[in-house]
Write a protein that binds this ligand. Sequence first.
Ligand SMILES: Cc1cc2nc3c(=O)[nH]c(=O)nc-3n(C[C@H](O)[C@H](O)[C@H](O)COP(=O)(O)OP(=O)(O)OC[C@H]3O[C@@H](n4cnc5c(N)ncnc54)[C@H](O)[C@@H]3O)c2cc1C
Length: 329
Amino acid sequence: MQHFAYSRVATLADAINAMQQPDAMVIAGGTELLNWMKEGIAAPARLIDVNGIADLAQVTADDRGLRIGALARLSDVAEHPVVRTAYPAIAQALLASASPQIRNMATIGGNLMQRTRCPYFRAEVEVPCNKRRPGSGCAAMSGNDRTAAVLGATAQCIATHPSDLAVALAALDATVHVTGASGPRSIPLVSFYRQPDGTTERETRLDAGELITAIEVPASAVARQSRYLKLRERASYEFALVSVAVGLDVEEGRIRAASIALGGVAPKPWRLCATEDALQRVTLSDEAAVRKTLTADFADATPGRHNGFKVELAKRAVVRALQMAGEGA
Ligand SMILES: Cc1cc2nc3c(=O)[nH]c(=O)nc-3n(C[C@H](O)[C@H](O)[C@H](O)COP(=O)(O)OP(=O)(O)OC[C@H]3O[C@@H](n4cnc5c(N)ncnc54)[C@H](O)[C@@H]3O)c2cc1C
């Protein structure tokens, strides 16, 4: 690990000022960043510790929606009574993340900024990886692609995004609030992550020197009847092979509105917009009809050599998650 300067700030203004210095990085819970520094994935010259900005740790809710400060800990948000009852997919996604100890330290902002678990990105030896070493290629394409993307991958990168929370937030139409030297702005969660392009190392639309301040989620019938289903190699302390967040509004057994996002299958949380449209007025208990609605969204799937199973697994996960959400009706 190389030497770095450390400073702790108490206000958002001080944080933004400090962030304008070259090679500065924010540290929140440190559960990702410290590992990156040890592994050579990140080498900041300055760490700006924002944990003293108390306002950023607040979670508030009213009739219009939920606001989660970027410094709120995963465990606090998962246990929040309004999150559990009015946005259950968020609580379930958080409780399926990492371990209790990590959830006690890790923050919402840091969770959204975590980087891919692709073994080639995380490799201890130097291998081609456009995210890690821009322009070097993608070893996963000719190597072990078992955990790689089957939707939305490009010729630059086939890595998936690992955040469980981001999938739930994508399904529930969340907005990411950020602020930087030129002031605050808002980015819909579904647009917050970039698909791999010529600048594959840039994974989000956060600009240099900007900070996530809060996440907002609108209150809705769909959010209230939401579910998160995570499928993984082992039952805990593991990232998703496939995950799905669904929200439902059902009237007399027929779907009035549905909202669906997949995790573990794409470089970003993947909304199934065509499926959502096709599900309107479908009878929830008609499994064959529900499954048929998935056809268009998976038409462009591009499975590789070892991850073809993800296509079928994702389809089944969506059907199951919709049934689970429906059982709560
Ligand atoms: C063993 C292990 C298992 C895990 N399993 C899961 C899992 O199953 N599911 C899952 O979703 N996650 C999992 N995680 C990831 C975990 O949730 C993240 O490590 C954690 O959420 C990061 O939050 P943090 O506050 O510690 O971030 P930090 O480590 O402090 O920061 C991470 C990154 O976010 C940036 N950052 C932090 N806060 C902000 C902000 N407000 N604005 C802008 N940038 C910011 C930092 O600069 C850094 O780039 C796992 C992690 C570990 C180590």
